[in-house]
Design a binder for this molecule. Structure first.
Ligand SMILES: Cc1cc2nc3c(=O)[nH]c(=O)nc-3n(C[C@H](O)[C@H](O)[C@H](O)COP(=O)(O)OP(=O)(O)OC[C@H]3O[C@@H](n4cnc5c(N)ncnc54)[C@H](O)[C@@H]3O)c2cc1C
Length: 416
């Protein structure tokens, strides 16, 4: 059959969900266009290590064209989607319009500042490579500035690092910032003494509140042992770049606020004009299609589905990948006139690392912590990285860091 006449499936987003959907359509009688604003797939779970000078950005990103080079029925286009026109079955992008017969929307999420304008202006998000590099530059610049600051209170504010959000990203970031700062004080900035403070703010009564309480407690103890001040039931109300203001009064003098307190679906999904659940995620049918549009599927962080217990499915990579696989299968089923299948999440468990030799893991009823959980975390993350070269380089960096207490990428590279 003439390839031009085959149904055109457009996948928007080359993240975890989009890539899996693309692979599931390999060799099928459809034309696939995969779109992303970036020309690479980003492994977000290791962004915090880029932010804390452990690894380089190119070790957690991989060109999409290289990943899908062998897939003959697929074209990749680098384009930013501005709007989705469902009536015309067309995506409006900065590179022109793209029509679809079926659309799999896998555009993920973006940082949510919950309408706190001063925080949006002055805090550092952690969602992209640019964000991670900005954090790394900023942390190192604070040390350089502190070394030249004669006033003790001003120096203390430069060396106070606040992380908001006690979920996995915030916990991992706070642990890594504490390790980085301890290392910097011992090696590059010995004159600074012990003025560094790392503060983790969590709005609820415990960190990692998706895990069982005993694991939350273990994680909190491990963070405190690294010198992190964990403050529970603390909400940020504002940040002017010098003071973190807390709800109910009180503030922390600090020039650094890393915002890991929330995300919402990527803004472009609003143009679907379809009902949304929490975090602006788009409500989908059990088979992942839109309630009133069987040609459009939404998956991953952008989609809202409940897991049976009335709770939304978590915004994690396994959900996105499993939904990517099913959305592709359901698109094909509908083209063949077969019934679509409902999504059922197979939860592989949760892991969070607190730093060197410390992590917590909950895999079904199995729970473990400490070195064993950390070893599992290392293996799982290494195996999921795309590209043999990336795996090898990250492994070498980790080993170097572990053996010599040395962070490899302590470079300040401001954007010009
Ligand atoms: C710091 C951090 C740490 C995390 N750690 C973990 C972890 O340890 N384990 C875990 O399971 N999950 C983790 N997650 C969550 C996980 O990364 C997400 O759940 C997962 O990436 C969702 O997959 P997705 O396909 O829905 O979206 P993504 O993987 O985010 O992909 C979305 C893609 O869409 C593209 N895109 C968005 N908007 C547009 C547009 N308008 N035009 C063109 N392209 C667009 C983006 O460039 C991106 O490539 C972490 C997330 C962060 C930010």
């Amino acid at each position: 059959m003439n390839a031009e006449k085959l149904p055109h499936i457009v996948i928007a987003g080359a993240g975890f969900g989009g890539l899996r959907a693309a692979r599931a359509l390999a060799g099928k009688p459809v034309r696939v266009t995969l779109l992303d604003r970036n020309n690479f797939h980003l492994f977000q779970p290791l962004l915090y290590q880029v932010a804390t000078a452990g690894i380089s950005p190119d070790e957690i990103a991989y060109p999409v064209r290289a990943i899908l080079r062998r897939q003959k029925n697929l074209n990749f286009r680098m384009a930013e989607i501005q709007r989705i026109d469902r009536a015309r079955q067309t995506l409006i992008t900065d590179q022109g319009e793209i029509a679809y017969d079926a659309l799999i929307l896998a555009v993920g999420s973006q940082t949510n500042f919950f309408g706190l304008d001063s925080v949006a202006r002055n805090a550092l998000g952690l969602k992209s490579i640019q964000d991670a590099q900005a954090i790394r530059n900023h942390l190192l610049c604070m040390f350089e500035a502190a070394l030249q600051e004669p006033d003790e209170a001003a120096r203390q504010a430069l060396l106070t690092f606040v992380v908001a959000g006690g979920g996995p990203s915030g916990v991992e970031t706070a642990g890594a910032v504490a390790e980085l700062t301890a290392m910097l004080l011992k090696s590059d900035y010995r004159g600074l003494g012990s003025q560094v403070r790392v503060v983790l703010l969590e709005g609820t009564g415990r960190i990692l509140n998706h895990l069982d309480p005993d694991l939350s407690e273990s994680a909190e103890r491990a963070l405190r042992a690294k010198g992190v001040e964990v403050r529970l039931e603390s909400f940020v109300e504002g940040f002017d770049g010098a003071q973190v203001r807390l709800k109910g009064g009180g503030s922390i003098a600090a020039h650094t606020l890393i915002w890991a307190a929330g995300v919402r679906s990527a803004g472009v999904v609003d143009s679907l004009d379809s009902p949304q659940g929490s975090q602006n995620r788009v409500r989908v049918n059990p088979d992942l299609s839109l309630p009133d549009d069987p040609r459009v599927y939404v998956i991953g962080d952008a989609a809202y589905q409940e897991n049976g217990g009335g709770k939304p499915l978590p915004m994690v990579a396994p959900v996105a990948m499993q939904q990517g696989q099913l959305a592709a299968e359901n698109v094909l089923a509908r083209l063949d006139g077969r019934e679509t299948r409902p999504f059922q999440y197979k939860d592989p468990g949760s892991l969070a690392t607190i730093g060197r030799s410390q992590a917590v893991a909950q895999l079904g009823r199995l729970k473990f912590r400490g070195f064993l959980a950390w070893a599992v975390w290392l293996v799982v993350h290494l195996m999921q990285l795309v590209g043999f070269r990336n795996r090898l380089v990250v492994l070498i960096n980790w080993a170097w860091d572990y053996l010599f207490y040395e962070r490899a990428v302590r470079l300040i590279t401001p954007e010009r």
